[in-house]
Design a binder for this molecule. Structure first.
Ligand code: RB5
Length: 148
């Protein structure tokens, strides 16, 4: 499994912690920045991670900004991206099982590192259930085509 990571300055610390957790688990973890405390614009990182995930079928993304909201809005603008802002272990699991999310988003100023690590693990160990959820995801894709 390949995981692409991106954050702005407000999410960098948590992004680095999640990346090293993933790497320790033997996951191929790629850091697309930011790598400094300088103020940067989160849509730039949502774009890099979203494009990378779409370019490599089966890969997933992790995005972190201060609240997780800006990254979620930005990533979900990209056709084919389903970015889920996680707020507990159940939503982490369901983001995969029901929404087939291909990017998970965290609010670096809103969650503890321990929680974020366990939510990422819960997301990664879940599997998409398909069935009625596949139909709903197809409807989301259709909405996306209508509004483009
Ligand atoms: C940066 O200060 C902050 O606005 C950003 O990290 C994010 O929370 C936006 O949604």
């Amino acid at each position: 499994m390949k995981l692409y990571f991106g954050s702005d300055h407000a999410g960098r610390e948590l992004k680095d912690a999640l990346l090293s957790h993933a790497a320790k688990k033997g996951i191929s973890a790629l850091d697309l920045g930011t790598d400094a405390d300088l103020s940067v614009d989160y849509p730039d990182y949502a774009k890099s991670v979203g494009e990378s995930v779409l370019a490599e079928p089966g890969s997933l993304g992790v995005l972190v900004c201060g609240t997780g909201i800006g990254m979620s809005i930005a990533a979900n603008k990209i056709h084919g991206i389903r970015a889920a802002l996680l707020y507990n272990e159940e939503t982490a699991r369901l983001a995969r099982q029901h929404n087939n999310a291909n990017i998970v988003v965290f609010g670096g100023r809103e969650v503890t590192e321990d929680n974020a690590v366990s939510w990422l693990d819960a997301f990664l160990s879940a599997t998409f259930e398909g069935g009625r959820h596949a139909r709903r995801i197809e409807k989301i894709a259709e909405l996306d085509r209508i509004t483009r």
